[in-house]
Write a protein that binds this ligand. Structure first.
Ligand SMILES: Nc1ncnc2c1ncn2[C@@H]1O[C@H](COP(=O)(O)OP(=O)(O)O)[C@@H](O)[C@H]1O
Ligand SMILES: Nc1nc2c(ncn2[C@H]2C[C@H](O)[C@@H](COP(=O)(O)O)O2)c(=O)[nH]1
Length: 289
């Protein structure tokens, strides 16, 4: 790492959301804007997936509000779900036809016909996560005198090691698609290097049944057909990766990344004591990175 990079160290965090887990990762970033500041910037991404991880509904957005109200230097970068729901394509059929535009809901297509659309969905979700991870931090964080942290809801790693892997194991992505996905994913990680590395992961852990209750409570139309078994599978993927450490990972730094586990089954939304405990744990975690 160059001297310039050293004096402008960034931490990136991403959250993974799978069934109800969220992950944040931190990493060192060498974005040009970041090089101009001597501050230590911590970026957090939450995935969690996973929220996803998605099944989602572990409470990422709720957690994000808590984080941001706790500290001005902490920012959670949301996942572009609305982009997945509104993909605009221009169509121009024949010379006389005036150009028309169609809007597709890829999230809905993926849930309605996962065998047909999962690979397409993972290419688009991964691309949108990569784009998010490559964005420079906002000026407010760059100017901060404190220890800024950016947390991403999910990362390109939860895309691969939670969702895409899960879809492959469910048979919704075939072995050819899986090989192609892994090939370009590894190339992207290698090419973008430090810009996509994470320094830590925050795992918002909750039982799939609790996530299912929250998912129903949220009432997103595309998710009406989501079954508890699907959330169970996402939960297992999170546990394998973040707790049992049995998922086969392909990136050295990711194998050694620190993980902060928070019990998201608690009603942290309305309990100030639980909120304070979360904040204390996060502060200690960020400090130790
Ligand atoms: N800790 C919590 N306790 C109780 N309800 C929660 C909690 N976290 C989230 N919820 C509720 O669950 C639903 C989904 O939460 P949300 O934060 O939107 O999930 P996500 O962003 O992970 O998809 C919302 O209706 C929210 O009010
Ligand atoms: N198949 C995939 N589904 C995904 C992925 N990322 C998110 N999702 C789903 C999960 C939810 O239904 C919705 C948004 O989730 P939140 O938990 O963030 O609200 O999208 C993915 O990579 N693959």
């Amino acid at each position: 790492m160059s001297a310039i990079c050293r004096c402008a160290r960034f931490s990136r965090v991403s959250t993974l959301k799978t069934n109800w887990m969220q992950v944040m990762t931190f990493g060192c970033n060498a974005h040009p804007l970041q090089r101009r500041t001597p501050d230590v910037l911590r970026r957090v991404r939450n995935a969690t997936h996973l929220s996803d991880v998605t099944m989602a509904s572990v409470g990422k957005s709720t957690f994000a509000r808590l984080m941001q109200s706790a500290c001005r230097d902490w920012e959670l970068v949301a996942e572009p779900v609305s982009k997945w729901q509104n993909i605009e394509s221009g169509t121009s059929k024949g010379t006389d036809a005036s150009p028309q535009s169609t809007v597709s809901n890829l999230l809905q297509m993926m849930y309605q016909d996962p065998e047909r659309w999962s690979y397409t969905f993972q290419t688009y979700s991964c691309m949108s996560r990569l784009r998010t991870q490559l964005q420079p931090p906002p000026a407010r964080l760059l100017r901060s005198e404190g220890t800024p942290v950016q947390v991403y809801e999910r990362s390109i790693y939860s895309d691969r090691y939670i969702f895409a892997l899960n879809m492959f194991e469910l048979g919704c992505i075939n072995s050819t698609e899986w090989a192609v996905y892994q090939d370009w994913h590894s190339l992207l990680v290698e090419q973008f290097g430090h810009q996509v590395e994470l320094e830590g992961i925050i795992y918002l852990r909750a039982p799939p049944k609790r996530c299912m209750e929250r998912l129903r409570c949220r009432g997103r139309a595309e998710e009406t057909g989501v079954k508890l078994e699907y959330l169970d599978k996402l939960h297992v993927q999170h546990e394998r990766w973040l707790v049992e450490k049995s998922t086969e990972l392909h990136f050295e730094k990711l194998k050694r990344i620190p993980v902060l586990e928070l019990d998201a089954s608690e009603e942290f939304q309305s309990d100030p004591e639980v909120q304070e405990e979360f904040i204390r744990k996060m502060k200690n975690f960020f400090k130790a990175l």
